[in-house]
Design a protein around this ligand. Structure first.
Ligand SMILES: [Zn+2]
Ligand SMILES: [Zn+2]
Ligand SMILES: [Zn+2]
Ligand SMILES: [Zn+2]
Ligand SMILES: [Zn+2]
Ligand SMILES: [Zn+2]
Ligand SMILES: [Zn+2]
Length: 236
């Protein structure tokens, strides 16, 4: 409620919040608009003139969204776009991956990653003999690939020659082995044939005895009888 009263000018009065010594102190809060971006209320009650700069801390995410940063509110609200970007930088390397597969080399930054990857990539020729280090973006732009040179071709030829020789040697070794096996088999076969011959002879002998035993038996008996008679009569 406002009371109408006499107001004396304040000359050198230090209390600037009063229009005159008769005035009551206004007890409302400050209703001045806050600087854009400041979510805090003014720390003073209703006052004339400018609000004091806001010294509260703002919690913000950095550009790469990994780190939380605390910035003095007045710094953020008075900064231009470049200063704001600087204040929102966590000073770490950007964690994003570039389309080439390398990690972004820039420090925490706003917006898209600049894609001019100058990291080194190792290229090799198809046979892996020639090695070259090139800049990633140059390799991508020019579709660079390394071809085999004459030394590569010479080495490839030699390698294939060695392989061929090895294959040939293996083949010959296999042939020799088979030959040896064959010979061993034949020898065994010959040995068996010899044994069979002996058995045949025995059989022949047997059949001879069997064939003539009817003639030989009486002959033997006669010999025995004659021998016995000779012993009996020949002594005296
Ligand atoms: Zn007031
Ligand atoms: Zn503030
Ligand atoms: Zn204020
Ligand atoms: Zn960051
Ligand atoms: Zn790259
Ligand atoms: Zn980046
Ligand atoms: Zn090569």
């Amino acid at each position: 409620m406002k009371e109408c009263h006499q107001v004396t000018e304040i000359g050198s009065c230090t209390d600037k919040n009063k229009a005159g010594p008769e005035c009551l102190q206004c007890e409302e809060g400050c209703s001045k608009s806050r600087p854009p971006g400041c979510p805090h209320p003014c720390v003073l009650p209703c006052h004339p003139g400018e609000c004091p700069p806001c010294v509260q801390m703002l919690r913000i995410k950095c550009h790469c969204k990994i780190t939380s940063l605390y910035v003095e509110c007045r710094k953020m609200t008075t900064a231009d776009i470049n200063e704001k970007n600087l204040l929102s930088c966590c000073k770490n390397q950007c964690p994003k991956e570039l389309p080439c597969g390398h990690r972004c080399k820039e420090m925490c930054h706003p917006g898209e990653c600049p894609f001019n990857c100058n990291q080194k990539v190792k290229l090799r020729c198809p046979c892996k003999r020639i090695k070259k280090e090139l800049q990633c973006n140059k390799v991508r732009e020019n579709q660079i690939s390394i071809e085999c040179d004459t030394t590569c071709k010479e080495m490839k030829r030699k390698a294939s020659e060695i392989k061929e020789a090895e294959a040939k040697a293996a083949l010959e070794e296999e042939k020799r082995r088979q030959q040896a096996e064959l010979e061993a088999f034949e020898n065994r076969l010959k040995g068996r044939r010899k044994k069979n011959k002996k058995r045949d002879e025995v059989a022949v002998e047997l059949t001879l005895w069997q064939k003539y035993k009817y003639y030989l038996l009486p002959a033997c008996a006669v010999v025995v009888v004659v021998f016995a008679w000779y012993i009996a009569h020949g002594v005296d």
